[in-house]
Design a protein around this ligand. Structure first.
Ligand SMILES: Nc1ncnc2c1ncn2[C@@H]1O[C@H](COP(=O)(O)OP(=O)(O)OP(=O)(O)O)[C@@H](O)[C@H]1O
Ligand SMILES: [Mg+2]
Length: 262
């Protein structure tokens, strides 16, 4: 169970820092900021507001428009980010105080496997996390073989990871997370880069996972048989319901008005 309690989160608005010499050009004003600094104080842009959620369902989908805060929210769930206000608890552990234990419990699969795959060969990439767990060589070999076999990558075990296809890389990224036996897994857009066949393969993987999962996606069909869907809009959850209700509601919200003819 993950509890999200009164959580708000923002980022420094990077574009708040405008070098003095550019101020005149941009605003027509003198180049001095109010304090005479070389940059304005950087205001914080709040991208998540006042979220209160208890995540207990087996499969939870997260949808929302670009920039609505989905990835930020996903990163809060395993402590990759900690909230500015409020708290996130994973099985009672606060992500702020127990970052390591939380990351051990909640695996995170990034949208782009190239950001996650760091070791030269498929086998090394999967074995890396296990070495950190200080397991024996035999145990590591066994776990790596089992997981590569399960995800159809065994014949590639000695191949350079960067030469795998996009779908195989996505499977490798998933395998490298699952080999650590996390209790829950968060996926940020696991099918966005994939062709239909690989997308269907990942869908099957998600359907068969024993662990509870949270999946951020723009692929609405992927979430049709999920237990719960959260719709994000401008940092807030505007709908929290079964997919049969939440997905059509989201489609309606996203309806584009016809552009006026010029
Ligand atoms: N590290 C950061 N620094 C500054 N702003 C950030 C940072 N990360 C995200 N943001 C801002 O926070 C907002 C929400 O971003 P987020 O990545 O959570 O959106 P998203 O819903 O995942 O969008 P998408 O569907 O495009 O992936 C965006 O406006 C983004 O510019
Ligand atoms: Mg995102």
């Amino acid at each position: 169970m993950i509890e999200v309690i009164q959580v708000s989160h923002g980022f420094e608005a990077q574009w708040g820092a405008i070098p003095e010499r550019n101020l005149g050009e941009r605003s027509g004003l003198s180049g001095k900021s109010p304090k005479g600094d070389t940059s304005f104080a950087q205001p914080q842009r709040l991208v998540l507001r006042n979220l209160n959620l208890t995540l207990t369902e087996h499969r939870i989908g997260i949808i929302g428009s670009n920039g609505s805060g989905k990835s930020t929210f996903a990163r809060l769930l395993n402590g990759l980010l900690v909230p500015d206000r409020g708290r996130v608890q994973v099985e009672g552990l606060d992500t702020r105080q127990h970052a390591k234990a939380v990351r051990r419990r909640v695996g995170f699969v990034f949208q782009n496997p190239d950001h996650q795959i760091v070791f030269p060969t498929v086998e090394e990439d999967v074995a890396f996390g296990l070495k950190n767990l200080k397991l024996g060589r035999g145990e590591i070999q066994q776990r790596v073989t089992d997981i590569l076999n399960r995800y159809g990558l065994l014949e590639h075990r000695h191949h350079p990871a960067h030469l795998l296809s996009g779908g195989q890389k996505q499977l490798l990224a998933i395998a490298a997370v699952l080999v650590m036996t996390p209790r829950m897994v968060v996926f940020d857009e696991p099918t966005t880069l994939l062709d239909l066949k690989n997308r269907n393969h990942i869908q099957q993987v998600l359907q068969r996972l024993e662990q509870p999962i949270v999946v951020v996606s723009h692929d609405l069909e992927l979430l049709e048989d999920f237990d719960r869907v959260l719709v994000f809009d401008d940092g807030e959850v505007v709908m929290d319901a079964a997919p049969a209700i939440a997905l059509p509601d989201y489609v309606q919200r996203m309806t584009v008005q016809p552009m006026p003819r010029s």
